[in-house]
Design a protein around this ligand. Structure first.
Ligand code: ADP
Ligand code: MG
Length: 702
């Protein structure tokens, strides 16, 4: 059997596994075939070259290895506390080893007077120490298995350990895998690359990652495997992007016409920022090429994405096309509609709003006008995606806050035309460039990294619960000056009932504190009907309500420039990107704005970093960098659905330089050989084909 076929064998056939263990490996670790196990890498290594003597233990690290013999066994305690205690000795003294489980087996198996290697974690009780459930291996076995160097530690679960699949067992199973496969695996990188970057072979890298004979071999193995992982990730993204650019036709917007020019000269109420100008130029360049644009605009809250969207839509109109803008919620769609209409009306552009709550009679008017082309710009929610919504000639679709729309949903928009519309995705969730490069690697990215002039950063402070009176006094003064305030409570799925209780209590407390001042207070939360939510939001926007008590439903995009205070209760429970989004709700007017992060006294280390970061900076990209470091890329907002960024060995934060290298190499190869037809690239071609069959991309056309 060829090695590649062997690697497809189900794990139950591997020596040392069998049906029961195979089921556990599948359910606990998602390991099914030989190949999965081959790529199941240790998450750390312990140095087992060092032995401690019993006498040295008081100065030893938490995990130690000792060599010696069993002197005696005794059982102690009763019931659940029943345990086996073994005295284990070397020339310098004795230490106690303790088992709460399987002790009959231990007593039967381990012999007095034989040499063993013990490995485990030290527990100190004053001056006394023991090791509970140590790893035990006969010295002769230990030497034979070549464990005298770095020993891999595999990710595991409690259930696995309880079922006897300890790290030691894992090691044996992986060892058997290498035995059965003869340790030889076909090469997956071209030889010229291996030579150029001085990599070890795939066979050696895979062996060494599991059984390194030392740090040198380990780091060379890691280097090659990380590179390979990042290389193929970038290869997929770049290949996909290239084929999109060569194969997917797009509408050509040749000219800049009246709509665009008149808007720019007569209507635009301010100077564009440099960043806005640059992004508009980037878009302009895309829509001229005859290839479909798929561009993402990343811009912090308040950076002025809406204008950029508007001007892009005018490019479509100038060339005789329609444009659409999709928003994730009713409130946002209405807000966009309100703004766009204000700008479009003086230009004589016909606009419409279509959402879930658009009345039937209204809808019956809109749909035919959209199909005839009379309506030039339409703003809406998911309602726009429904099949009965037909366009005359949709030239551009702008999607705000893309992470709420799935790939498949967007693909539905494409199908509305034979030639797909250009697509502009706008997101206010900054993600670090390095991550964007991968996560959105198949899209083109524009960044608005400049706020309109005169915008003052939101002053942010951290307060403890006991300082609430001070916080309330501050809010009172702001409202007396004519401003408005948000007070936000966490609402987390896992503790929803309790959170609602807190919200209600909080609402009562706010009312008691502020109603005597004659202030109007209202509440919005996710369980309310959309119409009721809208009504409250509208009253807040119109200034009828001074304090809005809310859950995170106000997070995205809602614009009330007069609001100047954002008080976030239990701020330690929010993630960084959420805190940043919430804070972005204030500071949208010209005057100073404030954010108060209220917490209790008991803050975890991570929560402290989050709060500190928020107090120190308002730069969304910096906040995103910290967030990435704290939580890892898989949890960054909006990146969950993609499924393309689960890395096995490389790390998005630490391996940025390597990722850039991998991307550059992939790019170079595709430049020279776009279809990967050359003999020397055959191997890339094969691996890539295999990978592309399994993945989906943001701009996937379904
Ligand atoms: P976001 O990127 O969060 O969607 P908006 O497009 O809503 O930001 O813009 C935020 C506010 O800044 C709006 O009131 C908008 O009119 C204003 N604005 C946008 N661009 C500029 C600019 N170049 N100069 C001054 N104000 C601007
Ligand atoms: Mg916006």
């Amino acid at each position: 059997m060829a090695t590649s076929d062997i690697l497809q064998k189900p794990l139950q056939y591997l020596k040392g596994v069998g049906n029961k263990r195979a089921a556990l490996l599948a359910s606990e670790l998602d390991l099914h075939r030989y190949n999965d196990l081959l790529y199941f890498f240790p998450n750390r290594y312990v140095d087992r070259t060092r032995f401690y003597s019993v006498k040295e233990l008081s100065m030893a690290p938490a995990e130690v290895q000792i060599k010696g013999q069993f002197v005696s066994f005794r059982e102690e305690g009763g019931g659940r506390k029943k345990r086996l205690i073994a005295e284990f000795a070397d020339e310098t003294g004795t230490v106690e080893l303790v088992w709460f489980k399987n002790y009959k087996w231990v007593e039967r198996t381990y012999r007095k007077g034989k040499d063993y290697v013990i490995y485990g974690r030290l527990n100190w009780f004053g001056h006394r120490v023991n090791i509970v459930h140590p790893e035990v291996e006969q010295l002769s076995q230990f030497q034979m298995h070549g464990y005298l160097g770095l020993v891999p530690v595999y990710p595991s679960t409690e259930k696995l350990v309880k079922s006897g699949i300890t790290n030691k067992v894992m090691r044996k199973i992986v060892f058997n895998l290498f035995e059965e496969t003869g340790r030889r695996f076909p090469e997956t990188l071209p030889y010229y690359l291996i030579e150029k970057l001085n990599f070890v072979s795939r066979s050696k890298a895979l062996y060494d990652i599991h059984f390194p004979s030392g740090l040198h071999d380990l780091s060379r193995a890691q280097y090659r495997l990380k590179f390979e992982e990042l290389f193929y990730l970038q290869m997929q993204l770049l290949y996909h992007r290239r084929s999109r650019k060569t194969k997917i036709r797009g509408h050509t917007f040749d000219k800049i016409g009246d709509y665009f020019n008149r808007f720019y000269h007569e209507i635009l109420p301010f100077q564009l920022t440099g960043a806005q100008k640059r992004v508009i130029k980037e878009i302009r360049r895309d829509v001229k090429t005859g290839v479909q644009m798929n561009r993402l605009i990343q811009g912090d809250v308040g950076s002025g994405k809406t204008i950029v969207a508007m001007m892009s839509m005018l490019m479509a109109l100038d060339n005789g096309f329609q444009a659409a803008m999709l928003a994730p919620t009713e409130i946002l769609a209405q807000q966009h509609y309100f703004n766009l209409q204000k700008w479009a009306e003086p230009l004589g552009i016909k606009t419409a709003l279509l959402t879930g709550s658009t009345k039937q009679s209204e809808r019956r008017k809109i749909l035919p006008e959209l199909e005839s082309g009379a309506i030039q710009i339409i703003v809406g929610t998911h309602a726009l995606i429904e099949d009965r919504v037909k366009f005359h000639n949709l030239g551009l679709a702008v999607i705000d806050e893309q992470h709420r729309f799935g790939v498949a949903q967007r693909a539905k928009m494409w199908k509305k035309n034979i030639i797909p519309p250009h697509v502009l995705i706008m997101t206010a969730t900054p993600i670090p460039r390095t991550l964007a490069m991968t996560h959105y690697g198949d899209l083109d990215i524009s960044v608005i990294d400049e706020l309109p002039p005169g915008r003052k950063p939101v002053k942010t402070v951290h307060m403890y619960d006991r300082q609430r009176v001070t916080a309330y006094d501050f809010i009172r003064k702001q409202i007396q000056q004519g401003r408005q305030a948000y007070i936000v409570y966490p609402l987390i799925e896992e503790s929803e009932a309790l959170d609602y209780e807190n919200l209600m209590e909080g609402y009562e407390r706010v009312r008691q504190a502020f109603e005597p001042d004659g202030f109007k207070i209202a509440m919005v939360h996710g369980a309310m009907k959309p119409v009721d939510k809208e009504a409250v939001m509208r009253r807040f926007k119109e200034g009828e309500i001074q304090i809005l008590v809310a859950t995170t439903v106000i997070e995205v995009g809602v614009d009330v420039p007069n609001a100047s205070v954002m008080l976030i209760e239990s701020a330690q429970r929010f993630g960084l990107s959420q805190l940043h989004q919430l804070r972005g709700r204030v500071g949208r007017g010209a005057e100073y704005a404030y954010c108060i992060l209220m917490t209790d006294n008991k803050l975890s280390e991570e929560a402290k970093i989050r709060i500190k970061t928020m107090v120190e900076t308002t730069d969304g990209f910096r906040i995103a960098e910290v967030d990435l470091k704290l939580r890892g890329p898989g949890n960054i907002m909006g990146t969950k659905q993609s499924g393309i960024i689960r890395l096995k060995i490389a790390d998005f934060v630490r391996d940025v330089p390597l990722m850039q290298r991998a991307r550059a190499e992939a790019n170079r190869i595709l430049e020279a050989d776009p279809e990967l037809k050359r003999t020397e690239n055959q191997v890339i071609h094969n691996v890539l084909n295999h990978l592309l069959r399994k993945s989906r991309f943001w701009s996937y056309i379904g």
